[in-house]
Structure formats: C-alpha cells, structure tokens
Design a protein around this ligand. Structure first.
Ligand code: MTE
Ligand code: QUE
Ligand code: MOS
Length: 767
C-alpha cells in the first residue's frame, strides 16, 4: 500500500489550513463578546446597560429578552438557557451579548455594565450535592446475576472509594463561530463543531426559524476531543443571535483563559465499590455506585454516565454485578463529552479493584487480570447481556508479554526496589475493551453525497467532521479504493448541512466506520450506473460476446470487463462517455449500523456493533523524596483491525495514550471556595509535553486481525487507546506501594499528581 499522509498535513505545517478565525472577512464583520456571571450561584437583582450601549463602536448589547426564538440550547434535555434570565448558576454563565467594531471596544463596554446580584450558597462538590439530594436526572442501573448471594459466600471482600478527576480538552483552536445573515431568514453559520446538524438545530431554535433556513459549514477543527460535540452549540447560538440582530456578519472566539473557565470538561466521578473474590483472585461479584458531577445542566451527562456504566467491567467477566449511576447537579460549568465518553471513568474503578486484589493476595496484578479476562467461548457476557465476540485479549496478551519482556522486567523491578530506598520503580500491564457504536441507537446512521465530474475527478461530502483525527484522509482513501482510481483524483469537501442532512455527531470513534460505509454506498450506486452504461457500450463496439454489468470492474484507473480484459476504457473516458450518454453522476449514500439496540429501562441489550481491544505495559521511576516520576518505557499493542492508514492509526494510538497519561498524572482542576477555576491557562494547568513522553516508546498495531463487516475490515481507533494510560497510572501506584514493600495499600486517585503521590507516600510511611 502507498504511504498516504494526512490530507491537511502540508496545510497545517505551512499555515495554509483555513480555520474559522483565518477566514477572510471584511470591515462589516463585528466581534461578539460575552458578559458573564462573576458568581457561581445567585439572583440577578438589577442591571443598567445604558452607559455601555452609548459607547461609540457598540452595535448591540442583548439580554435574553432579545432572543427571537427559544432561550434554550440544551442538546437533549432542555435545561440550558442561552442567556441567564433571573438567576445565575455558574461562574462564566452568559448574561449579555455584545457586538462591537472590535474586541477592545467590547471589553470597554463590559466595564461600563452595571449589575447587582443576590448571592446564594454554591454547590461545588459531588459530596455536597449528594448531601442535598440534587440529582440532575433519575438514577440508572445495570444488574446481572445475584450479588447478595455472591457476597454472602465470598472468601474475600474489599470495599472503598475512588476519586476520578476531570480534564480540560485543550484543543489548540478555542471555541469559534462566524455567522452571515442572508436574505429573509437565511443564515450561514461557520462553526468549529463536531456536530453541524446540532448547530443547525440549536441556531434554528434560538432564532425561531426552520432548519431549511440555516446552513452550517465546517471545514476542520483545530481539535475537538469531545469538547466541540455540544459545547460548540453555545458560541454558535450567541453569534447567530448577534448576527441577526445587527444584520451584520459576526464572529466570536474565546481567548484561552476564557475558554478554559467557561466550557465544560471531562466529568469527575466518585466511585464507591465492593468486590468479592476467591483466593486465586477470581472475582465473583462487584457492586459499584458511580456518582458524577454533571455541572449546572444535563448536556450529554446521562449518555456519558451510561457509557461509564457499560465499561465498569472493562475486559473482565464478572458473573454477578450491580452498577448504579447517579448524576449530581453542581454550580460549575456543565461537564461534557471527552475522549472515551465516560468509559475511562468507569474502567478506572475496575482496574483499581484488580490492582487491590493482586496486592491483597500478593500475586502479580497482570496474572490476576489474565485469570479474570472475558473468555472466548464462555464467561464472555457483559453485565448488560451482550456477548463479546472476536475477543482479541488473548492474542494481545501473548504478544505483548513477549515483546515487552514483562516477566523479566517484573523481576528486575523487584530487584531494583529491594536495593534502592529513595528511588522506586513500578510496572503495570493493563488491557482495554471499548464498545464501538453510540449507545443511543438512532445515532448510528450516516450519510454521504458523491459527485463524479466529467473530467474523471470525484468530490466527496459526508456527515463526519475533521478534527485532526484523519477522517477525511481515510474517506478519500475509501472513495479512491472503491472507484479503483488514484488517491489524488478525489477531494473531500467541507462538512455542510446543505449537502448531507440530519447527521450524527462525529463521536464515539465511529466517524470512519459509518461515513466510510455511507461513501461506499454512494460509490457502489455510481459504479452500477456507470457499469450498466459501459457494458452496453462494450457490446455495441464488440459483437462477439456479451459484457454483463456484474463483470465490469473498476481498477487501476480503468474500467474493464473481467471476462474479456481487452474491453477496457480509462476511468476518465468511462465517466465522460457516461456523461454524454446522460447518466447521472451524482449519488447520495447512506449507512446504518446493523443490529444495535439497548433497553434503558431494563439495562440490557446489544448496544455495540463490536469491541476494540488494546494492551499496554508501562514502567516508571519514582523519586520517593519529591514524588517526581520519570516515564521509563511504554509498550503498546492495539487492535485496529485491518488499518486503512497505519500511520494515522499509530498517531491516534500515541496521541490518545499520551492524552490519557495527562489525565491520570498531571492534569488537575483546582477551584477556590467560590467556584473560581484557579488554573485556567497552560502555566498552571499541566498538559503533557515532550518531557512526558516515555524514554522508550514502542507502539504497534495488532497484525492479522481483520474486523468483519466494517469498512475495509478496519476498526475504530479514536478513543480506545486513551484508556491504555491505566498502565502508567498503576505503574506509579506500584512504585508507591514498593515503599513499604507492598505491605500497605497506598491511598490513590486520578490524577496521580506529584502532590498526590507525595501525600500518599507520607501516609504509608507513617503507618
Ligand atoms: N484526534 C485528533 N487529532 N483530534 C481530536 O479532536 N478527537 C477524538 C479522536 N481523535 C480527536 C482525535 C475523539 S473524542 C473522537 S470521538 C474521535 O477522534 C472522533 O473521530 P473518528 O470517529 O473519526 O475517529
Ligand atoms: C457515545 C457517544 C455519544 C453518545 C453515546 C455514546 C455521543 C452523543 C450521544 C447522544 C445521545 C443522545 C442524544 C444525542 C447525543 O450519545 O457523543 O443528541 O439525543 O452525542 O455511547 O460519543
Ligand atoms: Mo469523542 S468524546 O466521542 O467526541
């Protein structure tokens, strides 16, 4: 296979790539700015906008009363106002919208706004919200077997709480939107969004117009990571309201600190667990209660919680399991989708349980994992009743144990720790199993629109969005491979709601799976039309034997009869002949994932089309006196089926893993007692950088593991490798635990920051 680089790589490097803020606009374009709440909870008593409105260069200062349609922008539940009415519920909540000639004038107007609040007590922690009983939606449950019975007959039981922290998305391009009002009610919206159809829905709702009036266009995002799935709705709604009000193009973009303070993050979780196991470490029962911080509004929280619950067993067979899910309301920004969509938080509980069983029984944790793996033929049902097919865990286990030299290194680490008092090493091997498909079944559909021009070139539109993950590169490859033409003869257009309607978000790692299939469907339709015409043409030109439509093949830039390969025409000539023969050279395509369903009330079903698997081994070195860690080595083996583009997939695995490492190690949100985020820029919020990459980093894709019934036998890759970072997290725990020669269970949480590590060491030393 020819090596194909990311279709935007050159533009990214040269700066030619056009992000929304790079689009050419003229002097008519106004700048939109938010006036936001300085308090986390309170009532708006009064305000005065007159001085601000009088400022020269100000075109509009709007309140919720100026919204032409509904004051509502919740994606699923309608509990999210566009602009505050009489109360504010988090620091950073939008109250007024400002449109000005430039950002400086808008900032000055902000200073001239007078507003008075009556402050109320804010709820800033999950514990406090639980105390007050502030559930944001009804609780959820998944249950299998009989945990009561299993606990009664248990040989060993462990019980504890795990805190799992949130995470800031840190996409390089902050939230942005640009709107152009048109004739009548028409409006064109450029939005940095993973979900153009939802932008269309929200803009039409807040403007009180129908969807046919709203065209949303999205060329590329400078990263999304889930942070532009529903979060992008807000800035698009605000920009659209200002554009319609001023009858001018309006652009809004957040500054980094503003983005970090105002937008939702990965959900933090508090996991309460109880596990029963025998003396070999085989788990018989788990009871887990997942409590999450929804923030002030529901947003995607219930879908995220659902996915957390569906990953509570990770890669293991748990015959008796109960998973309760609760989402709590707080006075913080509404938490949202982030790579893994709850899966990482759910799996963290399971990996902690395994690790604790191993320490309690003094058996290597990797061995305990292996003993509890989901089976190939039996012991292979998830708590929600789906059978795990094409289980790759054993393939991965065999290979990574060898390539990482796990057994030897385990011995070496133990020897090293026996000899060193102030430096300890830690090693861990962890697996992942991640369900592919939206658990909300209707979202598992995609559309495409493929045009073949009569010069033999192809323009592809599809419902997915490019955020750096390489979707458009893979789509280009799929179209070229299916047409049997050169890769450079295909271009993928921007994502546009006027070309492909009613699309799902590009999320749940299913972008290539679904849009790739929709594009293939369109290409198949076009190929059959062209084949029919070309078969006839061959028959007219050669009277000897009949060419049949089924025998026409598209390969190597040509179209030929497989029965008589002399009957051959170039793709370009076939297309131009078809055009002259009045054959339609444009087709839509559609795909829906077969067989997925889930019954929420019962908590059972087959929500996933298939599972992605991976395994990793991490080794770290810990300075016991300072709590500093050094990442010595990581080995990763990840299953992407038959890769459409191995370089892009490897990039996804590395990127996801390191993003996961950031989550489990250095990234931590700190709030003051009033709900102010204290670390809202990269100088205090520590994302991974080059020094955080392991000194030895071996990343490999599992070979000879085609995925049945997917586009070109590939597998989704975007989110699953994020969770490979559990090996890094537990390697750190292993090193801490070595301080007392594994006699005392250390206190541990996500993230294992320098500070948290040092506190854990101090605590076990004092025992
Ligand atoms: N990779 C890059 N470079 N940038 C991103 O924003 N988002 C991730 C993942 N990989 C992301 C990324 C997330 S959260 C998802 S769901 C998938 O990409 C979405 O794209 P896909 O379905 O095409 O894999
Ligand atoms: C994974 C996901 C999403 C999901 C379920 C997953 C996701 C998403 C939704 C969702 C659910 C209901 C809706 C809606 C979206 O569910 O990203 O608009 O009504 O947006 O398992 O990534
Ligand atoms: Mo990814 S969190 O599903 O956008």
């Amino acid at each position: 296979m020819k090596k194909i680089v990311h279709e935007s790589a050159k533009y990214h490097v040269t700066g030619e790539a056009v992000y929304i803020d790079d689009m050419l606009v003229n002097e008519q374009c106004l700048h939109g700015v938010l006036y936001t709440s300085p308090i986390a909870h309170g009532k708006i008593k009064s305000y005065d906008l007159s001085a601000a409105k009088a400022l020269s260069g100000i075109h509009a200062i709007l309140t919720y009363k100026d919204i032409p349609g509904h004051n509502q922008m919740g994606p699923i539940f309608h509990d999210e106002v566009v602009l505050a009415e009489d109360k504010v519920e988090f620091i950073g909540q939008a109250i007024f919208l400002i449109a000005a000639e430039n950002e400086e004038i808008a900032e000055e107007a902000k200073r001239l706004i007078k507003i008075e609040f009556e402050e109320l007590e804010p709820v800033l922690t999950i514990e406090k919200s639980m105390e007050l009983g502030n559930l944001i939606q009804p609780p959820r449950k998944i249950e299998t077997g009989n945990i009561e019975e299993a606990f009664k007959s248990a040989k060993n039981i462990i019980e504890d709480i795990l805190y799992v922290g949130g995470q800031e998305h840190w996409y390089l391009e902050t939230q942005t939107a640009l709107c152009f009002p048109g004739e009548g009610q028409e409006i064109k919206v450029y939005s940095s969004t993973q979900n153009p159809s939802e932008i269309q829905a929200i803009v039409s709702e807040v403007l009180g117009i129908s969807k046919m009036q709203v065209e949303v266009d999205m060329r590329r995002m400078g990263g999304g990571f889930g942070g532009k799935e529903s979060e992008a709705n807000h800035i698009a709604a605000w920009t659209a309201i200002l554009a319609v009000n001023t009858k001018r193009p309006v652009k809004m973009r957040f500054f980094r600190d503003e983005d970090q303070k105002i937008t939702g993050k990965r959900h933090r979780f508090l996991l309460k667990y109880k596990a029963a196991f025998d003396n070999d470490g085989i788990i018989s029962a788990i009871d887990v209660e997942q409590s999450t911080d929804a923030g002030w509004a529901t947003d995607l929280t219930m879908s995220i919680l659902e996915r957390a619950m569906m990953h509570a067993e990770n890669s293991y067979y748990i015959p008796n399991m109960r998973i309760i899910g609760n989402a709590w309301r707080t006075n913080l920004p509404s938490n949202t989708a982030y790579r893994g969509f709850g899966g990482p938080q759910g799996m963290a509980g399971m990996e902690t349980i395994i690790d604790r069983i191993a320490r309690k029984l003094k058996i290597d944790a990797a061995e305990i994992r292996f003993r509890n793996f989901m089976g190939m033929e039996e012991r292979n049902t998830t708590p929600y009743g789906q059978k795990v097919e094409n289980n790759r865990l054993f393939m991965l286990w065999e290979q990574i144990r060898k390539t990482s030299d796990y057994q030897n290194r385990r011995k070496k680490v133990d020897e090293f720790n026996a000899k060193n008092e102030f430096v300890k090493r830690g090693l861990a091997l962890t697996p992942i199993k991640f369900g592919i498909s939206f658990t909300t079944s209707f979202l598992n559909q995609a559309g495409a629109l493929v045009h073949v021009y009569n010069d033999g070139t192809v323009l592809v539109s599809h419902g997915g969005t490019e955020m750096g993950q390489g979707l458009n590169t893979k789509i280009k490859q799929v179209a070229a491979l299916e047409f049997g033409i050169d890769y450079d003869k295909v271009r993928v257009n921007s994502t546009n709601t006027a070309r492909v309607p009613n699309t799902s978000p590009t999320a749940a790692s299913s972008g290539t799976d679904m849009n790739g299939m929709a594009v293939k469907n369109a290409v198949d339709i076009l190929k059959s039309r062209i084949s029919e015409f070309i078969a006839k043409k061959f028959n007219i030109e050669n009277a000897d034997s009949k060419s049949k439509i089924e025998n026409i093949v598209f390969e190597n830039d040509t179209v030929f009869d497989i029965q008589n390969t002399n009957r051959r025409i170039s793709f370009k000539d076939a297309v131009s002949a078809s055009y002259l023969g009045r054959v339609s050279l444009s087709s839509t395509g559609f795909y829906k994932t077969p067989g997925v369903h889930f019954d929420r009330a019962k908590g059972t079903g087959n929500p996933f089309f298939y599972f992605a698997f991976g395994m990793s081994v991490s080794e770290i070195e810990l300075d016991v006196l300072t709590g500093r860690t050094k990442f010595l080595r990581a080995d990763i083996l990840h299953d992407v089926g038959e890769s459409i583009n191995p370089d892009i997939d490897k990039g996804q695995v590395e990127g996801a893993f390191i993003q996961g490492v950031g989550w489990v190690t250095t990234e931590e949100m700190k709030y003051d007692g009033k709900g102010n985020l204290l670390n809202h820029s990269p100088d205090t919020y520590k994302i991974p950088s080059i020094q955080d990459i392991p000194e030895i980093f071996n990343v490999n894709l599992l070979q000879n593991a085609p995925n049945p019934n997917t586009i070109r036998r590939s597998k989704a890759v975007g989110e699953p490798p994020f969770m490979l970072a559990f090996s890094t997290w537990l390697a750190i725990k292993d090193a801490i635990s070595a301080v007392t020669n594994h006699e005392i269970e250390p206190e541990f949480r996500i993230p294992a920051t320098n500070e948290n590590i040092l506190l854990a060491i101090e605590k076990i030393k004092r025992f």
